[in-house]
Design a protein around this ligand. Structure first.
Ligand SMILES: Cc1cc2nc3c(=O)[nH]c(=O)nc-3n(C[C@H](O)[C@H](O)[C@H](O)COP(=O)(O)OP(=O)(O)OC[C@H]3O[C@@H](n4cnc5c(N)ncnc54)[C@H](O)[C@@H]3O)c2cc1C
Length: 233
């Protein structure tokens, strides 16, 4: 993957804050939306019960780690293996530390201090070996507290698997139109881009089925040439 960071003129992480007053909403968010373990969510409940909680999600907008989707057997009924491999590229973990350190400046603001805000640390005892606030500690923290926002893509990347009209290369009459065709992810939430891809493929299908269908005609004429008897070729 190209090193895009040097070209980035935009923020490289996004902070989304959710104020939670109700513990049942907080627990639901912890266990279902973020998929954290029961023991971690119970710990959060113990620390947060009776208080107002600000849950902040820091999203890395330019990830370098790549996962894999693989067949787990020759049986077509077996589901594929989804290997997300988050943090397989160390740059991501390193960048996360930068994001956390940058975001923590918010805690130092007068507005936050006036509210007597304290950070709830749920990493004990796993990160106890690291000096609090050190880069090693925040790396450990990131590994303990990471969750996915479900923004996966790239498994049928345009260029390698599908062409620019979303046709699967070397396969006739098959297109793919979903998040998998993005060669790299867009920065931020991807749903609107996925919807745009769906809109675009409907344009392609209509165009390719229409009377001025250069692309399909080109393919058909190439096929015809290939199938001509030798004497005509
Ligand atoms: C919990 C969660 C929260 C999210 N929140 C946001 C958000 O707030 N904003 C945002 O932008 N993005 C969000 N996303 C990401 C976004 O929803 C996805 O990136 C997007 O929906 C991906 O679209 P897709 O078309 O590639 O796949 P999907 O939306 O997953 O669509 C795949 C479709 O294929 C169908 N399907 C699967 N197998 C078969 C089969 N064998 N035969 C026929 N059909 C099949 C499924 O039923 C499904 O309808 C979230 C994702 C998750 C998981």
């Amino acid at each position: 993957m190209p090193d895009v960071k040097q070209y980035i003129k935009f923020p490289d992480y996004e902070a989304s804050g959710f104020i939670m007053n109700e513990m049942k909403v907080l627990l639901q968010f912890c266990a279902f939306t973020l998929g954290f373990s029961n023991s971690l969510c119970n710990k959060l409940y113990e620390k947060a019960n009776g208080r107002q909680v600000l849950v902040t999600l820091l999203s890395n907008l330019y990830g370098y780690s790549r996962g894999q989707v693989r067949l787990q057997s020759a049986n077509p009924h077996d589901p594929p293996l989804m290997i997300t491999d988050s943090f397989s590229n160390d740059l991501d973990l390193d960048n996360f530390v930068d994001h956390i350190v940058d975001y923590l400046k918010v805690e130092e603001t007068k507005a936050f201090k006036n509210l007597s805000v304290t950070m709830v640390d749920l990493t004990t005892p796993r990160c106890d070996a690291f000096k609090k606030g050190s880069r090693g500690y925040w790396r450990c923290y990131s590994l303990c507290m990471m969750a996915s926002l479900g923004h996966y893509g790239g498994t049928c990347a345009m260029g390698s698997v599908v062409d620019s009209r979303l046709r699967v290369r070397h396969v006739k009459r098959l297109r793919v139109a979903d998040a998998s065709v993005m060669p790299t992810l867009v920065a931020g939430n991807i749903c609107s881009t996925v919807i745009m891809i769906g809109e675009k493929v409907s344009d392609f299908i209509i165009e390719d089925a229409g009377p001025y269908n250069d692309v399909e005609h080109e393919q058909i004429s190439q096929d015809q040439i290939k199938n001509l008897p030798n004497t005509f070729a």
